[in-house]
Design a binder for this molecule. Structure first.
Ligand code: AMP
Length: 540
């Protein structure tokens, strides 16, 4: 076995909506890597100036001076359409320009070195990531080994000191409320095992939303006081937003504070007092929404709230007293665990996982087994356009599951299998992962053929789909790797949310498709279908 001291260390990165953080396992512990300014977290911000591009702290400093070319929060655009109402409401509050690209894609427009440049949100995010990685440059090169769910990483940070065979299994709920997203995970931690039971999340719920509510409140106060609308002035809005975010942080440890900006608009100084309860009132619906995610996660994990041993807080916004109070009330007064550093826990846990994968950890760390779940369902499209589930969401990974399908036409000799990921009833509303055709099926009356479809997901999240006809053994398969076609967490959460929003529409479609299918079945001979549980695949 290689000496772990000679192995190249791996790093853990938390690429957050508002801040990013990098850690590395060294000297038998995680060390958080400070950036060139000496800070342990780096603002997720990129600024384009006349002559150069700034990243992190330097970029954040540009925000007030050069607001239209300083990009922050861009992670909130990933996986969303320009026409999405949430994108439109974000755009109204951002000083930089977001325009409609091809296929309804939101694109960010900036002026850089005298030229107009247009970037996608993913490009902007990758700039930050590269920079954060460059800060740790002498420690590691950039090879993404694994993407971890943020709360899973936080769970590792929380549980690392609690491992040991003598320790009884604990049900741990991780509540991660950050700048842009809210994520909840339910895990069991015991022995050396971290086992994720269920995850739930919202990609548009976090500190930025709370800031927006405060900004809007101040705009109204200004309007009332001075009869002037400042909402169209990018610079004023940005300065106000910075001040609101600061005030919000103060309100986590004080009962009231003042939001003050000199010469905010047309030379008018702005100053307004805000109490903690006013701040809570402005955001109560958001706070309640974050607790709803906990309910959903517990329901998915089929666990009663009384069976939860530890509720662990992480993410900068989990410091908000009202959020903590609502959560504590939900758990009937249980003491919440606040011992994780909310800004560093994800990078910390990711660094432990990186050490395990690189083989650089100590014995205690190397023994850790991480069992994660599949955050979205997998399935194939059937003839009626329905998504036929093969692996349901929140199934433990790795896993292998099978389902039988049959032909829809007499003498059909090939079947097209289209593979999707998502929660919507109609396949085309989900995320298309790939497709393949199974040919060489023997001619037979419709429904007489059985094709076994297997979905196999390995530890790295790589999905292999195969289909085999039972009598002849003819088979076909495809592999979907997680880095190319699979979805980032933001997209996953968005899709789950969409699925909930569109439930009514989906039900209608399902009923219609069923009614149509029943008629067709009647025209043929219903008994000729091999097994009534088996749904028909797409027509070739
Ligand atoms: P994260 O994404 O976990 O880095 O969280 C960043 C978010 O946490 C930002 O929206 C911050 O404004 C917010 N935040 C940080 N500290 C506090 C605090 N003391 N009170 C309320 N919100 C905070």
């Amino acid at each position: 076995m290689a000496d772990r001291r000679t192995l190249r260390p791996a790093i853990g990165i938390d690429l957050g909506t508002t801040y990013s953080c990098v850690g590395v396992w060294q000297h038998d512990r995680v060390e958080i890597v400070a950036n060139d300014q000496g800070n342990r977290t780096t603002p997720s911000c990129v600024a384009f100036a006349e002559t150069q591009r700034f990243v992190g702290d330097a970029a954040k400093n540009q925000v007030t001076m050069n607001p239209i070319n300083s990009i922050f929060d861009s992670k909130r655009l990933i996986g969303r359409r320009f026409s999405d109402p949430l994108v439109q409401s974000d755009i109204n509050l951002w000083p930089f320009k977001v325009i409609e690209g091809s296929n309804d894609q939101p694109m960010i427009k900036v002026a850089y070195k005298g030229e107009r440049r247009i970037f996608s949100a993913v490009e902007i995010s990758s700039m930050k990531m590269r920079q954060a990685t460059m800060d740790a440059g002498h420690i590691a090169g950039l090879k993404v080994m694994r993407i971890l769910n943020e709360p899973t990483a936080a769970a590792i940070a929380y549980g690392i000191d609690k491992l040991g065979s003598s320790i009884r299994k604990r049900n741990v709920l991780i509540f991660d409320l950050g700048g842009g997203t809210a994520d909840v995970s339910l895990l069991t931690i015991g022995g050396s095992e971290f086992k994720v039971k269920a995850v739930a999340g919202d990609t548009h719920l976090g500190g930025e939303d709370f800031d927006n509510r405060m900004v809007n409140h101040c705009v109204e106060v200004f309007k009332k006081k001075y009869k002037k609308d400042i909402s169209g002035n990018a610079k004023a809005m940005r300065r106000l937003r910075t001040e609101c975010e600061r005030a919000k942080r103060v309100l986590s440890s004080a009962l009231d504070t003042t939001i003050a900006v000199d010469a905010l608009y047309e030379g008018i100084d702005f100053s307004s007092n805000i109490t903690c309860s006013k701040f809570s009132e402005l955001n109560m619906d958001f706070f309640k929404k974050s607790v709803k995610l906990v309910e959903k996660c517990l329901a998915d994990a089929k666990l009663d709230k009384r069976s939860v041993h530890d509720v662990v807080l992480t993410g900068g916004s989990s410091r908000i007293p009202k959020v903590q109070q609502l959560l504590q009330e939900f758990f009937d007064g249980m003491e919440l665990k606040r011992n994780l550093n909310p800004d560093e826990a994800v990078a910390y846990g990711a660094s432990v996982q990186a050490a395990i994968m690189a083989g650089t950890g100590n014995e205690r760390v190397q023994d850790i087994v991480l069992v994660d779940v599949i955050p979205l369902s997998f399935g194939v499209e059937t003839d009626d356009g329905i998504m036929s589930l093969v692996i349901p969401r929140n199934t433990t990974s790795p896993t292998k599951m099978r389902r039988n399908y049959t032909t829809v036409k007499d003498n059909q000799t090939s079947i097209l299998f289209a593979v999707y990921e998502g929660e919507r009833t109609r396949a085309k509303d989900n995320y298309w992962l790939g497709e393949f055709r199974l040919s060489g099926i023997p001619a037979a009356p419709r429904g007489k053929i059985t094709v076994v479809v297997s979905f196999d997901i390995d530890t790295n999240g790589i999905l292999k789909v195969s289909a085999q006809e039972s009598t002849t053994g003819v088979s076909q398969k495809i592999t979907v790797t997680n880095d190319k076609a699979r979805l980032p967490r933001e997209e996953i959460n968005r899709m789950i949310k969409d699925a909930e929003n569109f439930k009514v529409e989906d039900e209608k479609y399902k009923k219609k498709a069923k009614a149509k299918g029943a008629l067709e079945d009647y025209d043929y001979d219903l008994k000729s279908i091999v097994n009534d549980k088996e749904i028909r695949p797409t027509l070739s």
